[in-house]
Ligand binder design. Structure first.
Ligand SMILES: [Mg+2]
Length: 182
């Protein structure tokens, strides 16, 4: 039974931007994402964002600006009665091989330790291959959403070694499927 839902941020909760979300004004929620999160909350599942934010390491935005963006995100979630229980980010630049930067599993392992929830009770929902790779490395079930870069990844074809991956149109439909299991 699933107890913890790990969420990538950009392309899952809010629209992905090629040039990074650099201030609160650039944060645009994906339709129904907050509603989906509220449903996960009400079902008693823990939710944690695990998000590479390499813009910080590249000097595109400061750590305090990232905090402000997350205040905006929390407010957008709260408007639908939703919250996330934990937000983990990795500021390392894209060329870094840091253990916390996806595709490495550091943040996912950290979130599971935080809640004392095992990989078998955890799912990862993301829109990029590195989300799925991090989940595989953490021993966690993998869900791909077609929002953000997800449709492009699905069209390119998922590599065999990352399967099985369940694919959904968006966080809302992934949530439908998850809640039907419980
Ligand atoms: Mg993403």
């Amino acid at each position: 039974m699933t107890r913890l839902v790990l969420l990538d941020r950009d392309g899952v909760l809010n629209e992905d931007r090629a040039d990074h979300v650099k201030n609160p004004g650039e944060l645009v929620m994906i339709p129904r994402a907050a509603v989906a999160c509220a449903r996960l909350n009400r079902a008693g599942l823990k939710t944690a964002i695990v998000s590479n934010q390499s813009g910080v390491g590249q000097g595109l935005l400061s750590a305090s600006m990232l905090e402000r963006i997350h205040e905006r995100l929390r407010a957008a979630l709260a408007a639908e009665g939703a919250h996330v229980d934990l937000i983990l980010t990795c500021p390392e630049p894209p060329w870094s091989d840091h253990e916390r930067r996806k595709p490495r599993p550091g943040m996912l392992l950290e979130a599971m330790r935080h809640f004392r929830i095992s990989p078998g009770e955890t799912v990862m929902i993301g829109d990029q291959l590195r989300d799925l790779e991090a989940a595989r490395a953490a021993g966690v079930r993998r869900l791909l959403v077609r929002t953000g870069k997800g449709a492009e990844l699905q069209a390119r074809g998922l590599p065999d070694d990352i399967l099985p991956v369940a694919v959904y149109d968006d966080l809302h439909s992934a949530t439908d499927a998850l809640l039907q299991e419980t």
